[in-house]
Design a protein around this ligand. Structure first.
Ligand SMILES: Nc1ncnc2c1ncn2[C@@H]1O[C@H](COP(=O)(O)OP(=O)(O)OP(=O)(O)O)[C@@H](O)[C@H]1O
Ligand SMILES: [Mg+2]
Length: 420
């Protein structure tokens, strides 16, 4: 049974004595019930112990060993929440912790209130999953995954979705949105694939700090004979469990990839993953149009300025000409808070549509994330920019359909945005 409020039992997995004692004392002073569970202690079978509420893992020494211990403990007491702490927020530490099932990573030293808040936030999130989330994974034929996803496989009765992120104008945040949204979906428990559809100048391996050991180039050839196995084997796993299909490393190699390859690859991924996201580049190139044609949803990030609105309008004209279902085109207003609200109203009046999906401006985090290879939904999950992305992920995952939480009033309740 989980305890609420005070007296939360916290199993601390730490073997550095200069950290263990002060941390245990700090927790006890703040009305937690701490338990020292250095990885070499065999305390699991204490008679009558119902297990901890929180498994708190120090990530700065012996990380793999401690996380393995945390996972074993979690296997015995699955209602416990795994949290990490580290003085060094590195991509490796975060990725490995998330891969072992940690729901949050705190920066050490931390206030007891930050720990309590993290527990409360995670419990809220888990309650949202409580209804429709049996543990069995939805993906039948899954590619090899080196890390575990942060939450158990989320089973939905919604059909699998192929989501393209496209902007007719460059530099507005397509890749930022695609990477962080794909990761947010994965962290929410939806097995997700991310494809670098920026065939000649893609750089998702940099955004996600992946080794570009394989790329879509390996799938070029006879489209008719491209097998599911070949497509799945070409994916590169991120420690979060997200599976990524990278673009060729050399721009000129992209020339051999045609629209029909893209369609075949994406259709295959869609059969296997609840969500497949595709980053694109700002062009009406045959390969981009092939992606947009078969996408179920086209997210269009736009800046809050008139030229961006004009570009969006011209894309909508093209989409009508190509006979796309206009309901699948969803604008996402980036840097939404960088202009006064009155200006946003003018933009909506110009478009004759409400701009419901919004992501705040946070150039510092967005740039740092791209430079370090740790997307902000991982490194700063509680920041406003990450929360905006998680909100979009929750809507896509169908989490808010039954009833819209008041705090999410700015976000749409269903997926219809553009009328013919
Ligand atoms: N919400 C945001 N607030 C502030 N800056 C952002 C935001 N989203 C993205 N950026 C920044 O905008 C720049 C462009 O982002 P990104 O590379 O994602 O765009 P893009 O549309 O994929 O560009 P390209 O056309 O070059 O592929 C980056 O410096 C990124 O850090
Ligand atoms: Mg890009």
């Amino acid at each position: 049974m989980t305890r609420e409020g005070d007296n939360l039992e916290v199993a601390v997995i730490e073997s550095n004595p200069t950290i263990t004692q002060p941390l245990l004392s700090q927790l006890a002073a703040a009305s937690f019930t701490p338990r020292d569970l250095a990885p070499n202690r065999a305390l699991l079978e204490s008679p009558g112990w119902s297990g901890p509420d929180v498994i708190l893992v120090g990530l700065d020494d012996d990380r793999s060993q401690r996380l393995a211990f945390a996972r074993r403990l979690h296997g015995t007491y699955p209602s416990a929440i795994i949290l990490g702490y580290t003085a060094n927020y590195t991509a490796d530490a975060l990725g490995e912790a998330m891969g072992a099932g940690a729901r949050r990573v705190l920066r050490y030293p931390f206030e007891a209130s930050a720990l309590r808040q993290a527990v409360s936030d995670v419990r809220d999130e888990l309650r949202a999953f409580a209804g429709p989330a049996p543990a069995a994974p939805q993906v039948q034929t899954r590619p090899v995954i080196t890390g575990l996803s942060a939450t158990p496989g989320y089973v939905s009765d919604k059909p699998n979705q192929l989501i393209a992120v496209f902007s007719p104008k460059g530099g507005v945040g397509c890749s930022t949105l695609a990477v962080n949204l794909a990761l947010a979906l994965q962290l929410l428990g939806h097995q997700t694939a991310l494809v670098d559809g920026n065939i000649s100048f893609g750089s998702l391996e940099v955004f996600l700090e992946l080794q570009p050991v394989r790329s879509i180039l390996q799938l070029v050839g006879d489209v008719e004979h491209m097998t599911s196995e070949a497509v799945l084997e070409t994916l590169v796993p991120h420690p979060s469990g997200l599976q990524v299909l990278l673009a060729p490393l050399r721009p000129e190699e992209g020339d051999s990839i045609r629209g029909e390859h893209m369609q075949r690859v994406l259709s295959t991924l869609k059969q296997h993953f609840p969500f497949t996201l595709v980053d694109t580049w700002p062009s009406y190139d045959e390969r981009v149009l092939a992606v947009l044609e078969i996408a179920d949803i086209i997210l269009v990030p736009i800046g809050p300025d008139l030229p961006a609105m004009k570009n969006l309008n011209s894309f909508l004209r093209v989409a009508r000409l190509l006979n796309y279902d206009m309901d699948k085109i969803v604008p996402v207003l980036m840097r939404a808070n960088s202009v006064p609200p009155g200006h946003l109203k003018d933009l909506e009046a110009f478009l004759k549509q409400e701009l419901k999906w919004r992501v705040v401006s946070d150039g510092k985090r967005a740039t740092a994330a791209a430079n370090t290879g740790t997307p902000f939904v991982l490194s700063a999950r509680d920041s406003q920019i990450s929360q905006n992305i998680f909100d979009i992920a929750r809507y896509l995952g169908g989490e808010y359909e039954a009833g819209e939480p008041a705090s999410k009033a700015k976000q749409p309740a269903s997926g219809r945005f553009w009328k013919r």
